[in-house]
Design a protein around this ligand. Structure first.
Ligand SMILES: Cc1cc2nc3c(=O)[nH]c(=O)nc-3n(C[C@H](O)[C@H](O)[C@H](O)COP(=O)(O)O)c2cc1C
Ligand code: SF4
Length: 415
């Protein structure tokens, strides 16, 4: 086909992508490879195409860094590299190369957040907001002393922008390293590149000579001692453990990602937000060999991860892990029974509407003896060997779009 097109004389070049794009999965594997895909996954296929034709060949598919792009051109694999998302993250990419400052280029981390309706970038807040948040940071006419508290992504960015404007900036961080919750988000096996959001900013703060002090929990006296003109508090949020009856037995995803997982037992994850949280925790607990189950508020897992296929990656993992999934349920209570046994009580989102079984508004899955799909025992019910109960603490996160409360909850088994 390519040769026929070539011989027609109507074409000047080929712009090739590999594979299909007729399903959401093929789109994120083939044409716009997601964060779970390796760098330049289809470069060798594009190179094979180039060898078969005479016209120049262009190719774009997760060639996000300049070293790979140079390799592709330098080795004659293709004639031009398309770097779509790389330019969305770093619109000054070409200028930085020209200026010999390509090391300062903000790396695209590949999460495809830019595929949302407004093409905003998870790494570059100015992208798609240029009318009120320019990429070029103007110097301030009145340089001041700025103190930023918290070196999560917001604090790092505030410090970077303030220092770029010519302010004298000090950044205090309670932990021993920067990153805040991005460190947790990047802990998943296929989410590691998110750490580029932190690393690039830490590098920029060094370049801008920002004083960063780790292991410093900022008390009032610490702040006043700096005599700052401006204080920016960017200390982020912590899991909210209030609001769910029996929440004291639950464990937040932040805990699940940072604590040592329990050694044995059965664990219920509850995804009430539709985001990555529960699945990151599950991945860790599955790797630790725990018996994990999932309950989700929505019809399917990870439904609010942005429509860019991340939900499919988690669903594929759930299949691989053989995790039983129960959908359409809202966690309304966790009860602790004799011997530390826990029981999770759900309200079914669909049957509630037509008067399904409920106690205090909730459906008792143990009454039906079907706590999750196809499982005969209730959560927290002891195993035949008497070993398993659930002990849980939970966190809550607000689903802003619906203004409903929902919970991201894990339970851990006690021997
Ligand atoms: C925000 C965004 C919008 C896109 N819109 C189109 C489009 O309208 N038509 C198209 O063929 N490809 C579109 N693409 C796909 C890109 O052209 C490119 O093939 C893909 O992003 C892979 O290249 P990359 O890894 O360099 O981003 C879009 C990509 C992004 C990130
Ligand atoms: S949102 Fe993610 S994938 Fe898109 S340009 Fe930004 S860093 Fe790259």
């Amino acid at each position: 086909m390519a040769r026929i097109l070539e011989q027609s004389g109507l074409f000047d070049f080929f712009n090739v992508i590999y594979g299909r794009m007729d399903t959401k999965m093929s789109l994120i594997v083939n044409s716009m490879p997601g964060m779970f895909m390796p760098s330049a996954p289809w470069l060798t296929k594009a190179a094979a195409f180039r060898r078969a034709v005479r016209l120049p060949v262009f190719h774009a598919a997760k060639i996000a860094d300049l070293a790979t792009a140079r390799h592709a051109i330098g080795e004659g694999l293709i004639d031009m590299v398309g770097m779509t998302r790389a330019h969305i993250a770093e619109p000054h990419l070409v200028r930085l190369i020209e200026d010999g400052r390509e090391h300062a280029a903000r790396p695209c981390v590949g999460g495809s957040h830019c595929r949302n309706a407004k093409a905003t970038c998870i790494h570059n807040p100015a992208t798609a907001r240029e009318t009120f948040l320019p990429h070029n940071i103007a110097p301030s006419a009145t340089p001041r002393k700025v103190l930023v508290v918290g070196a999560g992504p917001a604090g790092l960015e505030a410090a970077r922008v303030a220092a770029s404007r010519g302010h004298r900036v000090t950044l205090l961080e309670a932990a021993d390293r920067a990153g805040g919750q991005v460190l947790l988000a990047a802990s998943g096996s296929w989410r590691r590149n998110l750490i580029g959001i932190v690393d690039w900013r830490v590098g920029e703060l060094q370049r801008l000579a920002v004083e960063v002090r780790y292991n410093q929990y900022a008390e009032l006296d610490d702040v006043l001692a700096e005599r700052p003109d401006v204080v920016i508090v960017a200390t982020g949020g912590i899991p909210d453990l209030n609001g769910l009856a029996g929440g004291e037995w639950c464990r937040s995803v932040a805990d699940a990602l940072s604590d040592t997982p329990p050694q044995t037992g059965r664990v219920l994850f509850y995804d009430g937000t539709g985001r990555h949280n529960a699945y990151l925790g599950m991945e860790r607990y599955v790797s630790a060999g725990l018996d994990v189950r999932l309950a989700v508020l929505d019809a399917l897992p990870a439904q609010e991860t942005g429509g860019k296929g991340d939900d499919l990656v988690w669903m594929r993992n759930l299949e691989k892990w053989q995790v039983p999934v129960r959908a359409h349920v809202e966690l309304i209570e966790v009860q602790r029974r004799e011997g530390g046994v826990l029981r999770a009580i759900f309200r079914h989102q669909l049957t509630r509407a037509d008067g399904g079984r409920a106690r205090g508004g909730g459906t008792r899955h143990d009454r039906r003896r079907r706590p999750l799909r196809g499982r005969p025992r209730a959560f927290g019910q002891r195993r035949p060997d008497g070993s398993c109960g659930l002990r849980a603490r939970r966190s809550r996160s607000c689903r802003s779009r619906t203004a409903r409360r929902s919970f991201t909850c894990t339970g851990s088994a006690t021997p």
